[in-house]
Design a protein. Structure first.
Length: 111
């Protein structure tokens, strides 16, 4: 649900959105698509958002890619895991449109 909401909201605001089925699919897409930002769900099948983020941050040419992790818990544990993985922020689900847009804007401007 959060993935569809985020994709529609960002698309409606003029962002080009690519949707991956899971963490491995997202990593595969990065071979062809060079996004400005990566949104990762903390609970994706096969490879969760924290693992995918850590792999992205180790990949040549992708270390500077801003990552926002969407988390079910939103507690300190998830925020620390997101930070250690290299994410710019961790946004607790459920989130509002303004919270998502602010997280995206913040991640893009943190460069």
């Amino acid at each position: 649900m959060a993935r569809r909401f985020a994709a529609k909201l960002l698309s409606d605001r003029g962002y080009r959105v690519e949707v991956a089925l899971d963490g491995l699919d997202a990593l595969g897409m990065l071979l062809d698509v060079k996004p400005d930002l990566l949104l990762l769900d903390s609970r994706m099948p096969r490879l969760d958002g924290f693992q995918a983020c850590a792999l992205v941050k180790r990949a040549p040419g992708l270390a500077d890619l801003p990552v926002v992790i969407l988390s079910d818990c939103g507690g300190l544990y998830d925020r620390v895991r997101a930070h250690l993985a290299g994410a710019r922020s961790c946004l607790a689900k459920p989130f509002t449109a303004d919270e998502l847009l602010n997280a995206v804007a913040g991640a893009l401007s943190d460069g």
